[in-house]
Every structure is written in C-alpha cells, then in structure tokens.
Design a protein around this ligand. Structure first.
Ligand code: BGP
Length: 476
C-alpha cells in the first residue's frame, strides 16, 4: 500500500454565507442567502422580498466567523489543516453585483483572512460562487435567467483573481453547479436566483441558466489562467451515484441515464463540449436555447484543471413500467430506498463504497485530478454531562469514507488531490437554515433559535482527525 501522496490536501470546507455572519458589515450587500427563511425537513426555506426582521436570521449572524476568524484559524491550525475551503461572499466585493467598482472593505477582509491562514501554512481553497449571489441581481435581472449575469460574474472573478493572485492557488467557479440550476420539488432555483413563473417550462429555464453559468465558468477559467498560469481552477459538482434498483436492463439503463442527466456539467466543464445526448434532447424538446457559436468556443477553451465534488450519499432508481423511451424524466420520482444502507438522521443514505465508485466514475471518464471538497455526516450532537461531545458516529462515518478513498488511490490508481470534510466547524445548514444539523469537529454553542455564547469547543472527532492528518491517513 502506498497510501495518500505527499502533499495531500487534508482540510475542511465551509461557505461564506453559512458561517461568516456580518451580513451588512464593511458595506456588504444583501445576498440571496440573506433573504431566506429557516426551514426543516417538512418546511422548505423560502425567499422573502427583501429582509424581514426576525424572519431571515439564520445566515445573517451564522457563527460570526467574520468577528472570530483569528481565533478560529488558530483552532484550524491546531487541528492540523493543510488547506481551508471557503467561498468569497460576492456581496462583500460587489454589494449589488452590478457596480463599476469593487468594495475595498470587502476585499480587505479576505486579504486579512488569507494572510491569517498563510501565517499557519494553511492553503486557502476558494469557491467563487456558493449559493450567495447578490439579491439585487435576482430582483433586477432574474438571476441566471439573464445573459447579463455572465459579465457580472466574470468581472467579480477577475477582480478577486487579480487581488489574491499571490495568496490563493486553488479555485472553483460554482459550488455544485449541477445543484445551482437543479430543479427541486418547490420549482424554485434558489441557488441560481430564479423563481419559475406560472406556466413557464421550468426545465427549459434550468438548461438556459446552466448554459450561461457554463459560459461564465469557462470565461473565468481562461481569465484566471491569464492572470496567474499557476492557478488550479476546478469545477465543483454534487456527486451522489445512482444505482439501478435491480438487474432488469430497464433499471440499469434508467440509472445510466440518471447519471448522465445529473453530471452533464462535467462533460461541458471538463471536455469543453455538450454531450451528444443533450444536444439531441434540446432539439427534440424544441427548447431553442440561447447558445451561440461564440459561447461554444468559450466553453471549449475554458476547461477546468481538476474536478472538485461533494459526496454525502448515493441513490437508487427504478424505471417505471410506462417509462417513455427517452429515459430522461426527472429522477426524483423514481427513487427507491437502498435496503443495503443505513440512513442519517436526515434520511441521507450512508454509502462509503459509493465514494470509491464516484471517484472511479469521474477518473475513468475525465482523467483529471479529483478533489473531494465536501463529505460528512449531519447529525444531532448532544453535549454530555462532562461538557463534551462524543461524536463516535461521525468518526465512524469519516473513517469508512477515508478507507474507501485510500482503496481508490492505492488499488484503482485514482489521482486524488485532497479531502476537505464539510462543515468541520458547526455552521448553518444550507438545506434547513438551522444550526442543529451539525457536521463539525468543532462545536459552536448556538441553537436553532439563534441563542448561545458562540463559544467554540473540540468534539472527539477533532483529536481523531488531527491524528489522521498527522499520519497522512494511515492511522484511522
Ligand atoms: C451541499 C452544499 C453545502 C452544504 C452541504 C450539506 O449541497 O454545498 O453548502 O450545506 O450540502 O447540506 P446541508 O447543509 O443541507 O446539510
């Protein structure tokens, strides 16, 4: 066994809107995350029209990393992190998104944060857009339904690439781009700032927005490489493999089609072209999307350097008897439970072997370096009488996933750059807008009602992960 390569990027991942707080500090503008309500498993989060006092609290204050970043980064260094994945809040740099000049106070905050990280030899890994676009762009332009978004995003990217060119090497353009535009059950594309209008073809809107985001991503990759040829700029996809429910060839084909439908962005961002099935699909559906020849050239020239992806769970799919031959109907309707797996408190199917499957799937298709930039267990943590959190369930989850990563590297020859578990410091959940779905190795004293001291403390998983990093993944 050779184990993980030297220089493997062990780290932790977060996103600006889920931990920073300081929602209006330093001239920051209002982001789409700032106007969202909290939800739970039954109630979906909603976008309110502007800020309604008391209703949009979760992301406003979060865990106030904005005010605590120095003590937090010190803790990250004690944990032994080699890298720290976060995003730059777009609204700190361009508060409305369409200004001519960037906001110096916002730029200065990230200068200070990156300096603090580098002081401890922690490499920043930066996502440009992580579910937090300026709300003004949603109101004025309809979010990613507008082509104008390409210019706004590329300008933002260029400004931060230039400013941090000597501090940041690893970048990603859009967090979970296949989720940004993903249709969800509420027909609301929160992540791309699109509210579907009654009577509108939601699927068409989604593909159009996905195209504009793909062009913007490819432009940013090209500009980034011009600014600093040493930049490593990746895509970022939400990966959850889909298995067939049975050996029935219809189920197998259905699962294959579901994988294509979920990961076509990878073809666009890694191969620089649309897959054939999707081009045919656009024609058959008569979408007549706004896709120009110049756009296709941009996409071709802006392929990424690596594939970043999140991995939490896998899915199982079943073809229904009256399945139309195109096999491309929304996958959710056909999902079934996997009897071989147990589920998290939130019903996510825990599947470490699926991570090895996912690594091989990406590796075989794209032959690019891979970076697992999110993985982890959302759970209810209990502070016990000794004042500690004994999260052996989290250790067990992470250990089993790291074991599968190691097999993928050692046995399958996958080129894996690093591993940054999600929410390694407790933060606001993107799905529920609540604090109680915790992923952290660092506990933050704050509850769903927004009460708590904000004190940070180490869970058992903290010491465990520290040892994992120290031994480069050999002592699990
Ligand atoms: C991913 C997002 C993260 C994060 C994570 C966990 O989709 O990129 O922002 O929140 O999921 O999801 P949740 O917070 O809903 O548990």
């Amino acid at each position: 066994m050779t184990g993980f390569p030297k220089g493997f990027l062990w780290g932790g991942a977060v996103a600006a809107h889920q931990l920073e707080g300081g929602w209006d500090a330093g001239n920051k503008g209002v982001s789409i995350a700032d106007v969202m309500t909290a939800g739970d498993n039954e109630t979906a989060r909603e976008i309110t029209d502007g800020i309604i006092p008391g209703k949009n609290y979760p992301n406003h204050e979060a865990i106030d990393f904005y005010g605590h970043y120095k003590e937090d980064v010190k803790l990250f260094s004690e944990l032994g992190l080699k890298c720290f994945r976060t995003s730059i809040a777009w609204t700190r740099i361009f508060p409305n998104g369409d200004e001519d000049e960037p906001n110096e106070a916002g730029l200065k905050f990230y200068d200070d944060l990156f300096d603090e990280l580098l002081k401890y030899n922690i490499e920043p890994v930066i996502t440009l857009s992580h579910f937090e676009m300026p709300y003004h762009l949603v109101k004025e332009y309809g979010g990613w339904r507008s082509r104008k978004m390409i210019d706004f995003f590329v300008k933002f990217a260029e400004v931060v690439f230039k400013r941090y060119k000597d501090k940041v090497k690893y970048w990603m353009t859009f967090n979970e781009i296949n989720n940004q535009t993903g249709l969800n059950e509420w027909g609301l594309f929160t992540n791309s700032g699109i509210l579907v209008k009654p009577g509108e073809d939601a699927e068409k809107v989604m593909y159009q927005a996905g195209h504009y985001e793909s062009v913007a991503s490819a432009m940013a990759v090209q500009i980034g490489h011009e600014i600093n040829p040493n930049f490593e700029i990746g895509c970022m996809l939400a990966m959850g493999p889909t298995y067939p429910a049975s050996p029935d060839p219809k189920d197998v084909l259905k699962a294959q089609r579901a994988m294509e439908a979920n990961y076509w962005f990878a073809d666009v961002q890694c191969k620089g072209k649309y897959p054939n099935w999707l081009k045919r699909y656009f024609e058959r559906k008569e979408f007549n999307l706004d896709i120009t020849l110049a756009d296709l050239d941009v996409i071709k020239a802006g392929v990424v350097d690596y594939i970043g992806f999140s991995y939490y769970a896998s899915h199982v799919i079943k073809a229904d008897k009256n399945e139309p031959d195109d096999y491309m109907t929304p996958t959710k309707n056909h999902e079934v439970k996997n009897p071989a797996l147990v589920r998290s408190d939130w019903g996510w199917e825990i599947d470490p072997v699926g991570l090895r499957y996912a690594l091989n799937w990406f590796s075989d298709r794209y032959d690019l370096p891979l970076f697992i930039v999110e993985n982890g267990l959302g759970a209810f943590d209990k502070v016990t009488e000794d004042g500690k959190i004994h999260d052996d369930y989290r250790i067990d989850y992470l250990r089993k996933h790291i074991e599968q990563m190691r097999l993928a590297v050692d046995v399958d020859g996958v080129n894996l750059m690093g591993y940054t578990p999600w929410g390694f410091i407790d933060l606001v959940s993107a799905g529920t807008g609540q604090m109680d779905k915790r992923y952290g190795m660092i506990y933050v004293d704050k509850n769903d009602a927004g009460e708590g001291t904000l004190n940070r403390s180490k869970k058992d998983s903290f010491e465990w992960f520290h040892k994992v990093i120290e031994t480069n993944g050999t002592d699990l």
